[in-house]
Design a protein around this ligand. Structure first.
Ligand code: CDP
Length: 257
């Protein structure tokens, strides 16, 4: 954010470097249930970001001093693969990934019915395979689909999206160059059913009216992303139902012989 460059981020026609209009999202694809050994999983592509989320649990929280006798804890680990960025990233946690893990855990705790699973832990692993700005939003959006895929009881999904400012214009969903050379980035996450805000951060500077405009843009786009999440889950359940039907059919066949 705020790096100097001669690159023109918006052209004369009002279009951005990748041809998007100010209020246009990058293309988003989500697939649920991609990992066999996880209790729930999701793979998400958001522009050039590629993110995998895996969920394990609810299971007994370890070490024991972490256990809460009144509810489950949601533990998230956000990790960027060394090959996910053009300069190789040093493996292992750093200040940025610890912060992102914390804000994602807290956002998810708002929707997971933690009170149903005392002393348990619900573990969410987010692996960023390719990063191109907006990975915390991509990771959180994928994680909530993975939680639903795991059958973890939730009040709703969480959807995340960012908006910001480039060339004095408020725009949706900043890409890599826009993130580097832009003026502000505001990632947020909402619970669509209630409109609750469960994550709000800001990098850079915005006037009050610009902040409100950016938030409104990101919230409206979140409703589009919510549909993509639900669609991924519907497709997943259709596959699961088909597999179960096949199992019942073959069991009946076996019983006959
Ligand atoms: O990814 P997100 O926008 O949520 O977080 P950020 O801290 O604003 O990072 C913006 C982008 O910078 C990331 O998506 C990566 O593309 C890039 N980045 C990087 O190249 N190397 C890092 N160690 C961290 C981030």
């Amino acid at each position: 954010m705020g790096m100097k460059s001669d690159i023109k981020l918006i052209d004369k026609k009002g279009l951005r470097l990748d041809g998007r209009k100010p209020d246009e999202l990058r293309p988003i694809k989500i697939e649920a249930g991609v990992l066999k050994r996880a209790d729930g999983s999701a793979y998400l592509e958001w522009g050039k970001n590629k993110v995998l989320a895996a969920v394990y649990g609810p299971r007994e929280a370890h070490p024991r001093h972490l256990q809460d006798s009144s509810k489950a804890i949601v533990q998230c680990r956000y990790n960027m693969a060394p090959f996910s960025v053009s300069d190789r990233k040093r493996p292992g946690p750093d200040r940025r990934s610890v912060e992102i893990s914390k804000i994602i855990s807290e956002a998810l705790e708002n929707v997971v019915m933690t009170e149903l699973f005392p002393r348990s832990s619900i573990d969410v692993f987010i692996e960023v395979l390719e990063a191109n700005a907006g990975t915390r939003c991509a990771g959180l959006t994928a994680a909530s689909v993975a939680l639903a895929d795991a059958g973890v009881p939730m009040r709703d999904l969480v959807v995340a999206c960012a908006a910001g400012k480039i060339e004095d214009t408020v725009v949706l969903d900043l890409g890599k160059e826009e993130d580097n050379f832009g003026q502000a980035d505001v990632p947020l996450a909402i619970v669509p059913r209630t409109g609750e805000l469960v994550l709000l951060q800001m990098d850079g500077d915005l006037k009050q009216e610009e902040l409100f405009k950016a938030m409104e843009m990101a919230m409206n786009a979140s409703m589009q992303i919510y549909e993509i999440q639900k669609d991924a889950l519907r497709r997943r359940y259709a596959v699961v139902a088909e597999e179960e039907k096949d199992e019942i059919d073959s069991a009946q066949e076996e019983a006959k012989t």
